[in-house]
Design a binder for this molecule. Structure first.
Ligand code: ZN
Length: 329
């Protein structure tokens, strides 16, 4: 039988009306599932094991102010090109658990337990998914933070404001710490979103962690095999990482871009959440040119899960090709 578009469209209706099916005895229907599997994905970088752990997603309607230098029509065209619904932005979150062999390291912590309640389970999943992946939060030696936005630090605290990783040293970028703990910077920050970012950083790090953090510098290993790299603009102390072991290497970009089909494809687009948009663009182009030149794999916090891929040049921008899911480690 020749399969045509007409057949494909008529298929479901034809099957529903099939006399064969109608004559079959009724069977008990299997119950429909209401949950996705706990989402985590493992891969190796040399002797180091990385587990990408989903923290879930947030979906929100797009407005004209989402990207300050592109029209909503252009953003919708980019979404359509990626086979995604128009007028809607889906942001994903994927912190990492890195087992270096000697240390268990959490890299960024997701939106946190309170967000799990307010989002009705759409995000704030990192804690539960991490346990499902076989990790005990009490066994975490170090929590490394890339920058102080809520989706990266809020998971440091449990819903009752106790420490989510009670035995871990918390490492933060020195430049980020200096900026967000500076009362002068806070007083000069514009009302609205920036004030909220300051207040939230202080709620978590000052009130919650009582400032018990270890600032780290760029150009140094923060954990075995994990080199901190400056990639500022998204925030003043925004940090990426090169994770390497033996001949294995991956660039952990943090928020150099958000979802790649908008921001790797259009590196010149300035999203409202980049604090210094010009600087963020400069970092974005530098990092992506470097990844292309060095054929470096990338791990993206806001990429669609599990967020590991390769980068190539594509016109005036870049294309991220997701790495195939490997069923063995
Ligand atoms: Zn983020």
């Amino acid at each position: 039988m020749e399969l045509t578009r007409r057949h494909a469209l008529a298929g479901a209706a034809a099957i529903a009306a099939s006399p064969l099916l109608l004559s079959m005895p009724a069977k008990a229907a299997a119950p429909m599932a209401d949950k996705q599997a706990p989402s985590f994905y493992r891969y190796k970088v040399g002797d180091i094991q990385v587990t990408v752990v989903s923290d879930g997603k947030t979906v929100f309607p797009l407005t004209d102010s989402f990207i300050t230098n592109a029209k909503l029509d252009e953003v919708n065209a980019a979404l359509e090109k990626a086979f995604l619904p128009k007028d809607t932005f889906t942001i994903y979150y994927a912190p990492l658990v890195i087992n270096t062999g000697g240390k268990l390291v959490v890299l960024d912590t997701g939106t946190g337990a309170a967000a799990n309640v307010s989002s009705k389970g759409a995000n704030g999943l990192f804690g539960a998914n991490m346990v499902a992946a076989g990790f005990d939060p009490k066994a975490v030696d170090m929590v490394v933070i890339s920058h102080f936005h809520g989706d990266h630090i809020n998971g440091l605290l449990n819903a009752d404001n106790t420490l989510a990783y009670p035995n871990a040293e918390v490492l933060v970028p020195a430049t980020e710490w200096k900026f967000f703990m500076d009362d002068g910077e806070m007083s000069r920050a514009p009302e609205g979103r920036m004030q909220t970012v300051f207040k939230n950083a202080r709620r978590v790090l000052e009130a919650g962690l009582k400032k018990k953090v270890t600032p780290y510098e760029w150009g140094k290993e923060v954990a075995p095999g994990l080199l901190a790299v400056e990639s500022i603009g998204h925030t003043p102390g925004h940090t990426s990482y090169v994770l390497s072991s033996g001949s294995g290497k991956v660039f952990i970009q943090s928020d150099v871009t958000n979802i790649p089909y908008l921001f790797a494809a259009n590196p010149g687009w300035h999203a409202f959440f980049d604090q210094d948009a010009d600087m963020a663009e400069k970092s974005r182009r530098r990092v992506y040119d470097m990844m292309v030149a060095d054929k470096l794999m990338v791990q993206g916090f806001h990429y669609p899960f599990p967020g590991l891929g390769n980068v190539e040049k594509d016109g005036g921008g870049y294309r991220v090709v997701p790495a195939p899911w490997n069923p063995v480690i």
